[in-house]
Design a protein. Structure first.
Length: 488
């Protein structure tokens, strides 16, 4: 199975399936390595450094299905990606070197068109062009197929190195390896859907999910799990799926569907599950995510996916209608999936929408020295969109709270850290539904009452790089509020 082990990897997304089972595989596992590069180009600003890191990302391991008696085998692909960090550095191109000599008795290699193999056909150099500083970019897809006659316990390692030219000078990625082994069993996988941006609320989105069996055994039944965040509506409710809808009170941040597909998936077969991926962006859509995963069906896996939560059966037609043979019972054991690294995928859908955050604070009157009072501050989302950071897990808003002169905080609320005398930084949860609010209650002892009243304030901080308020809030003027503590 593909393991999650890396020298350095991108920040992992938070799992949106509230209460679902802990997956036995790591989604999109990466192996990565880097070395700092030294250059001779002067930085453009004091903050800029003449360093960058080139990262190689590839599966940590991959299991190939063994060949049949005739020497035929289902192939798979090692997707090699590269990335780098410094936005001030320009990567103009470079070379990826692939060494597959350890696979000589394990697998046959198919090189992509941008790779030039050596005479032994087991090593190659692959050219790549410029790289951005965002998501990792695929630079080579190396095809592998179990060699005829190779035993199921055969293993070998694919070695990867990379060098790049940049405006800071040459960069060298730390070597990365992919462990290759052979095995028998089904190997279900789904394709990666592209990210979508500038989606208008009310738009219907087609998402062509493809289910493939890369293994050498049939998967009799498939467990399909879907998650559509709150700003997305699933287009259909299928009869062979159960649904748990988004609910602000239970912190269920979207709709989860668990489907049982009865159609057998034979080795090399591919099925279109586009109907399952069809969604509509609602009026609340802003930063959305859609997750989808497949596993060979088992009763245990199904119960773990449901996790005792109140799912409701769909009433429409089945997603993949197929009769279940009488000989196959619901308790039939499933063969383990050879590679689970491609069983789970996630995509982002960003809508062209706004959410108006408004800070909240109330005056405190008739206070006297020695009194204990409550200062309630917070933020409300006037919509129309909800705001959620389901990937980075950033707070929707970070509040700078300044409490009135003449008071002492005797109890600060959870989520707030002291930043100075009578000053606190408070962080909201990672999602705030439309028309919802997040508040913080400070317990204050009144030590003295300032003539004319003492001012307190609350303001949002708009500099979180993971979730900038200014990117979605059209009225920053109402992101600051004052309140007064006064005597009778």
């Amino acid at each position: 199975m593909q393991a999650a082990q890396a020298t350095r990897a991108p920040q992992a997304s938070q799992e949106p399936f509230a209460g679902r089972r802990r997956r036995r595989h790591a989604s999109l596992a990466l192996v990565a390595g880097a070395v700092l590069a030294l250059g001779s180009v002067a930085p453009a600003s004091a903050d800029e450094q003449e360093t960058d890191a080139l990262w190689i990302a590839a599966p940590y391991d991959l299991v190939l299905p063994t060949a049949d008696a005739q020497g035929n085998a289902v192939g798979n692909t090692v997707d090699v990606k590269l990335g780098h960090d410094n936005t001030h550095n320009t990567i103009t191109g470079g070379k990826l070197t692939v060494d597959a000599t350890e696979l000589a008795n394990v697998a046959d290699v198919t090189w992509p068109s941008d790779c030039v193999p050596a005479a032994d056909a087991l090593t190659a150099t692959c050219d790549f062009g410029s790289l951005n500083t965002g998501p990792y970019e695929t630079v080579a897809e190396i095809g592998l197929r179990a060699k005829a006659g190779a035993p199921a316990d055969a293993t070998g390692t694919l070695h990867l190195t990379a060098d790049a030219d940049s405006s800071f000078g040459p960069l060298t990625g730390y070597p990365a390896d992919t462990q290759i082994s052979l095995g028998d069993g089904p190997d279900l996988g789904v394709n990666q859907l592209p990210y979508r941006t500038d989606v208008q609320p009310g738009t219907d989105l087609a998402q062509p999910i493809r289910l493939t069996n890369h293994g050498n055994r049939t998967a009799d039944r498939t467990l399909l799990t879907l998650f559509a965040s709150h700003g997305l509506d699933l287009a259909q409710r299928f009869g062979n799926c159960t649904y748990l809808d988004a609910d602000a009170t239970t912190n269920q941040s979207g709709t989860t569907a668990v489907c049982v597909l009865d159609k057998p998936v034979e080795p090399g077969q591919e099925y279109d599950l586009s109907a399952a991926g069809a969604v509509r962006a609602t009026d609340a859509a802003l930063y959305e995510r859609f997750d989808y995963s497949v596993d060979p069906y088992s009763d245990e896996a199904y119960q773990q996916a449901i996790s005792g939560r109140p799912f409701v059966q769909g009433t429409g037609a089945d997603l993949v209608p197929a009769a279940v043979p009488a000989a196959r019972t619901l308790s039939a054991a499933a063969e383990p999936d050879l590679n689970t690294g491609d069983n789970y995928r996630s995509t982002q859908i960003t809508a062209t929408n706004k959410a108006d955050l408004v800070t909240l604070a109330s005056d405190i009157t008739s206070a006297a020295p020695g009194d204990t009072v409550t200062a309630r501050v917070g933020v409300k989302n006037n919509g129309p969109a909800w705001v959620a950071s389901l990937g980075a897990g950033a707070s929707v808003a970070t509040l700078d709270v300044r409490l009135p002169e003449g008071t002492t905080v005797t109890a600060a609320p959870a989520g707030c850290d002291q930043a100075g005398p009578n000053r606190y930084t408070c962080r909201t949860p990672i999602l705030l539904w439309e028309k919802a609010r997040s508040t913080f209650d400070f317990t204050l002892r009144v030590d003295s009452v300032v003539p004319g009243g003492a001012k307190g304030s609350v303001a949002t901080l708009n500099d979180d790089p993971e979730l900038r308020i200014s990117a979605f809030d059209p009225q920053l003027a109402n992101n600051t509020a004052e309140f007064t503590l006064s005597g009778s």
